[in-house]
Design a binder for this molecule. Structure first.
Ligand SMILES: *[C@@H]1O[C@H](CO)[C@@H](O)[C@H](O)[C@H]1NC(C)=O
Ligand SMILES: *[C@@H]1O[C@H](CO)[C@@H](O)[C@H](O)[C@H]1NC(C)=O
Ligand SMILES: *[C@@H]1O[C@H](CO)[C@@H](O)[C@H](O)[C@H]1NC(C)=O
Length: 386
C-alpha cells in the first residue's frame, strides 16, 4: 500500500496547480539551510496582507527547526510546500514545550502539498529511546491550535518516528489526502489527535502508526471520517474519556467507507473505570472493512492500561448512547471480534447494530457484552448479546 502511495506521490503533488487570485510570496530558502527564519518572515508578510496570499516553499529539501505561525491574519492565507521539510535528527535541539510546526489563531488557512520528514528513524535508533520507549521529548508534531475554516491537503509525513497531527480548539477543519506513516512499533504516534473542536473532516487519507490512527478526545463534535485506510496502529478511537472533571462530550462522529488493516482495534470507544462523569453520544459507523484486526468492534469502559491510575472495581461514569454499527465486514485476528463492555453505573443506551459479518480463521467470530442491550436489525455474524 505504501509503496503504491510513494509511486503516486509525484502525481498527487503536482496535480494541484494554484488557482491564482492571491499574491505569491516565495520563501527565500537555501537548500540544506534551516528554513525557519525565512518562513517566519514570509508568514509575517502574508499575514499582514489585506488580500489573499500564498506562501511558497520551493522544491528542494530544507531542514527546519521549530516554527510557530501565528494569526490572526488579515486575509486568507495558504502555505504551499513544494519541497520536503526535515526535522533536525538531533532531538536535543528541540524545545520540548513546543511542537515542530504550529499554526495558531488562524482563519481561512490552507496547507498543501508538503512532505515532512520527521527523521524518526534516526531518533528511534537511538539506544535509550528504543529501549525505554519514552521518546516524548521529540515533538515532531504538526499542531493546529484554534484554527478555523481551514483545509489541510496532500500532506505526506513519511518514516517519521513521532509524527503526529494535533488539532486543539478552532472549528471547521478538513484533512484531505493526508498520509501519515510511522512504524507500528513506535510509541506516542497518534496519527491525528482531535480535542475540543467541532466540524472536523478527515477524508481520503492513509494513516499507519504505532498508536491510534485517529484519537477522538473530549469536546469533539461533528467529526466525519470518510475514506480512511488505517493500519498498522490501534485503530479509530474515541477516548480515553473520564480522565478529568468537566470533560466536554464527544458528540456526533460519523465514520464511513473506511478500511482497517492489521490494527489492534478497529472501531473503539474507551473510557476509564472509576472515572469522572462524561458523555459519548451520536457515534455512527457505516461500511467498514476489517482485515486482520484484533478487536474490530470494541467498547471498553474498563480501559485501565496503567493500573496505578485507575481501578476497575468502580464503574466508569461516562455515558455512552446512540451508537450504530452497520455493514462492518471482514476478518478478525482474534476469536472475540465484538466486545461491548459497558459501565454498570451508566449502561450503554440506544446502541443499534445492523449487518455485521466478522470472521475468525474463516469461521464466525465471537462476541462479549455487558451492560448493553443493542437493538438488532439485519444479520449479525457473530450473533450479539443473546
Ligand atoms: C507530540 O505528540 C505526542 C503524542 O501525543 C505528545 O505526547 C507530545 O506531548 C506532543 N508534543 C508536544 C510538544 O506537544
Ligand atoms: C469551512 O471551511 C471551508 C474551508 O476549508 C470553507 O470553504 C467553508 O465555507 C467553511 N464552512 C463554513 C460553514 O464556514
Ligand atoms: C460472512 O463472510 C464470510 C467470509 O467472507 C462468508 O463466507 C459468509 O457467507 C458471510 N456470511 C454472511 C451471513 O453474509
Amino acid at each position: 500500500m505504501w509503496s503504491k502511495l510513494l509511486c503516486a506521490l509525484p502525481f498527487v503533488l503536482f496535480l494541484v496547480p494554484y488557482p491564482g487570485e492571491s499574491s505569491e510570496i516565495n520563501v527565500a530558502a537555501k537548500p540544506n539551510e534551516d528554513i525557519a527564519s525565512e518562513l517566519l518572515n514570509a508568514w509575517k508578510e502574508g499575514c499582514a496582507a489585506t488580500t489573499a496570499s500564498t506562501i511558497v516553499i520551493p522544491k528542494g529539501t530544507y531542514p527546519m527547526t521549530q516554527v510557530e505561525l501565528v494569526g490572526p491574519c488579515k486575509a486568507p492565507i495558504e502555505l504551499q510546500i513544494l519541497g520536503t521539510l526535515k526535522a533536525p535528527s538531533d532531538p536535543k535541539t528541540f524545545d520540548s514545550s513546543k511542537d515542530w510546526l504550529t499554526l495558531k489563531n488562524v482563519d481561512s488557512f490552507t496547507l498543501s502539498a508538503g512532505i515532512f520528514d520527521g527523521q524518526g528513524t534516526a531518533t528511534w535508533e537511538q539506544e535509550d529511546c528504543k529501549n525505554t520507549g519514552s521518546c516524548d521529548k521529540l515533538p515532531n508534531n504538526l499542531s493546529f491550535n484554534f484554527v478555523t475554516n481551514s483545509l489541510i491537503k496532500n500532506i505526506f509525513s513519511l518514516d517519521s518516528k513521532l509524527f503526529h497531527v494535533s488539532v486543539l480548539g478552532g472549528k471547521n477543519i478538513t484533512f484531505d489526502h493526508v498520509a501519515i506513516k510511522a512504524p507500528g512499533t513506535s510509541h506516542n504516534t497518534v496519527g491525528i489527535y482531535i480535542s475540543k473542536v467541532p466540524d472536523v473532516t478527515i477524508q481520503n487519507s492513509l494513516i499507519g502508526t504505532g498508536d491510534d490512527c485517529v484519537a477522538i478526545m473530549d469536546g469533539t463534535e461533528n467529526l466525519v471520517i470518510k475514506g480512511l485506510v488505517c493500519g498498522p496502529g490501534r485503530g479509530i478511537t474515541v477516548g480515553s474519556l473520564g480522565n478529568t472533571p468537566d470533560e466536554e462530550p464527544v458528540k456526533g462522529v460519523h465514520v464511513e467507507d473506511c478500511k482497517l488493516i492489521g490494527t489492534e482495534n478497529g472501531l473503539r470507544i474507551k473510557t476509564l473505570p472509576n472515572s469522572q462523569p462524561g458523555k459519548v453520544t451520536d457515534i455512527h459507523y457505516n461500511n467498514i472493512e476489517m482485515e486482520d484486526v484484533k478487536n474490530p468492534i470494541i467498547i471498553n469502559q474498563e480501559h485501565c492500561p496503567n493500573k496505578k491510575n485507575c481501578s476497575i472495581e468502580k464503574p466508569s461514569q461516562v455515558k455512552i448512547s446512540k451508537v450504530s454499527y452497520n455493514h462492518i465486514l471482514g476478518a478478525s485476528a482474534s476469536k472475540v471480534a465484538v466486545t461491548l463492555k459497558c459501565s454498570s453505573a451508566v449502561p450503554c443506551e440506544d446502541v443499534e447494530v445492523g449487518d455485521i459479518n466478522l470472521t475468525f480463521n474463516g469461521a464466525p467470530a465471537e462476541s462479549i457484552c455487558s451492560n448493553i442491550k443493542p437493538v438488532l436489525s439485519g444479520k449479525q455474524v457473530p450473533s450479539l448479546c443473546s
